[in-house]
Design a protein around this ligand. Structure first.
Ligand code: ZN
Length: 433
C-alpha cells in the first residue's frame, strides 16, 4: 500500500514498512510422563524417598511450631524461614540419621524449599501453620532440582526415554505422543505416585517465540462448569455427573468399611480410578478450550479472582473461624472443579498476554448501556437490563464487561500493563492438583 503526497510539484512516496521480527523468550513447560514399572527394589526406594520427604517435613514442622507460636504471640524472635538456613540444619540431621544417609540428599532436601515457602506464608499471616503430612493421606511425591547433574534424561526412541534418579538408577519413562519439548533444558523434576503408578513431571526451560501483538482481545468469564468468551462462545465442561456420583458412592462406601480390611482397599483402588478419570477429562477439556481461545486472540482478559484466598479463607483459622463454612465449602469445591488456576496458566502461555481486571459488578453491569443493577440478573443464565432492555446470555454479557475493563486498562496504562513475565522463575506447582 502506498500513498502519494503532492507538495510543490514533488512526488513523495510514503510506503509503510512493516518490520517483522520475532522475539524469543524463555519459559517453563511441564511435560508429564508415566514411569514404567521397574524392579521391586527401585520402586521401594522411590516410596522410601517420598517417605523421607514426609518425615523431614514433619520433623521441621514440629521443630518450628513452638517458635512460630511464640513469634505470633509476640514473645519471641522471628524463626529462620530461608531455605538456606533450613538446608544447613538438614545436613546436620542427615549426618545423625543412618537411614536418611542412604537416600539421595537432593530430593529430600528439596522438601524444605516447599516448607520454607509455607513457613514464610504462615509468618506473614497469609496462611495457617502447615499441617503434618500423614502416611495415609499425603500423596507420595518428591522433587529433584537440577543443581549439579542430579538427574539425567536420555531419549531412547520416539516412544521411550530414560530417566536417571540419584541412588536409584535408570527408569524408563514414556508419554503418549512423544516429548514435545525434548530440545529444552530440564530444570526440575517432580515424581508423584497417583495411587496407580508413578508419574514424572519434567520442567523444561524452553525458548518460545513471543507471539506478536495482533490486536485481537477476548474477555473471558470463568464459571463453575463453563467458560464464556466475549465473542459469544461458551465452552462447557463435559458432563461428569455420573462419574461424580460414582465417586461419592465409593467415598461413602469406604467410610463404612473397616480400616485396613481388604474390601476397603479394593474400594479405595476403585475410588482412585474414577477420580483419575474425572481429573483426566477435566485436564483434556482445559487443554482443548484454552487452545481454541488462543487461536482466536493474543490477549485474554480475565477476572482477578483470588481463587486461592477465597478457598483458604472459608475455613478460617482457629482464632477466626470462617462464616458460612458449609455454604462456602460447597461453592469452593465447585469452583475448584473447573480448576481456574489451570485454565489461567494455560491461557497465559498459549495466548501470550493475560490481563487481570477487578471483577466487581461484571455480572450485574449491562454491557450495552453500563447500567449496574442486581435486578439485571434475573436468573443465573439470562441477563436482562432493567434500564435499556438489553437481553443476553449472562456469562457472555459478563465476558463483554471484562473485555471492556481490560481494554480500558490496556489503553490507560500504555505499555505498563501486567503481562506475562519474560523470564519466570521456575514454578514448582503443578497446574493440576
Ligand atoms: Zn442496559
Amino acid at each position: 500500500m502506498g500513498l502519494f503526497l503532492k507538495k510543490k510539484g514533488v512526488n513523495i512516496l510514503i510506503c509503510p514498512v512493516v518490520i517483522q521480527y520475532t522475539v524469543m523468550i524463555k519459559e517453563i513447560r511441564t511435560v508429564e510422563f508415566v514411569v514404567l514399572p521397574t524392579s521391586k527394589a527401585k520402586a521401594r526406594k522411590m516410596f522410601q524417598i517420598a517417605g523421607a520427604c514426609r518425615y523431614v517435613w514433619n520433623h521441621f514442622r514440629e521443630k518450628n511450631l513452638a517458635d512460630y507460636q511464640a513469634f505470633r504471640n509476640g514473645k519471641g524472635q522471628r524463626p529462620q524461614t530461608s531455605f538456606f538456613s533450613l538446608a544447613l540444619e538438614f545436613t546436620k540431621l542427615r549426618h545423625e540419621t543412618d537411614w536418611l544417609r542412604e537416600l539421595p540428599a537432593n530430593p529430600v532436601k528439596r522438601t524444605l524449599k516447599y516448607f520454607a515457602d509455607a513457613l514464610e506464608e504462615a509468618m506473614k499471616g497469609k496462611k495457617g501453620f502447615s499441617k503434618p503430612k500423614s502416611r495415609a493421606k499425603a500423596t507420595p511425591s518428591f522433587t529433584i532440582a537440577r543443581d549439579s547433574g542430579t538427574f539425567k534424561i536420555k531419549k531412547r526412541n520416539n516412544k521411550y526415554s530414560l530417566l536417571y534418579i540419584p541412588k536409584i538408577g535408570w527408569v524408563e519413562i514414556t508419554r503418549r505422543g512423544g516429548n514435545p519439548w525434548e530440545k529444552g533444558t530440564p530444570k526440575q523434576i517432580v515424581l508423584r505416585h497417583d495411587g496407580h503408578r508413578w508419574r514424572a513431571f519434567v520442567f523444561y526451560e524452553v525458548e518460545v517465540e513471543k507471539r506478536p501483538y495482533d490486536g485481537a482481545v477476548l474477555g473471558v468469564d470463568m464459571n463453575v462448569r463453563q467458560i464464556a468468551t466475549s465473542d459469544g462462545h461458551s465452552y462447557s465442561l463435559p458432563d461428569l455427573e455420573k462419574k461424580e456420583k460414582r465417586r461419592k458412592w465409593y467415598q461413602r462406601k469406604m467410610a463404612r468399611q473397616v480400616k485396613g480390611s481388604s474390601r476397603r482397599k479394593d474400594t479405595k483402588r476403585k475410588l482412585a480410578k474414577v477420580s483419575r478419570k474425572i481429573a483426566n477429562i477435566r485436564k483434556d477439556w482445559i487443554h482443548q478450550t484454552t487452545k481454541e481461545i488462543a487461536e482466536k486472540c493474543g490477549t485474554v482478559i480475565v477476572e482477578d479472582l483470588k481463587v486461592k484466598n477465597m478457598t483458604a479463607s472459608a475455613k478460617g483459622t482457629i482464632e477466626n473461624p470462617g462464616k458460612n463454612v458449609k455454604q462456602k465449602a460447597g461453592l469452593n469445591r465447585a469452583m475448584l472443579d473447573t480448576a481456574f488456576g489451570g485454565i489461567r496458566k494455560n491461557l497465559e502461555y498459549k495466548c501470550g498476554r493475560l490481563v487481570k481486571v477487578n471483577p466487581a459488578h461484571t455480572s450485574q453491569t449491562c454491557s450495552e448501556c453500563g447500567h449496574v443493577d442486581k435486578e439485571n440478573r434475573k436468573t443465573q443464565a439470562r441477563f436482562l437490563c432493567v434500564n435499556c432492555g438489553f437481553a443476553y446470555n449472562a456469562d457472555t454479557n459478563a465476558a463483554m464487561n471484562i473485555r471492556r475493563l481490560g481494554m480500558a486498562q490496556l489503553h490507560g496504562e500504555g505499555s505498563g500493563i501486567s503481562t506475562v513475565p519474560m523470564n519466570r522463575e521456575i514454578d514448582t506447582r503443578l497446574p493440576y492438583g
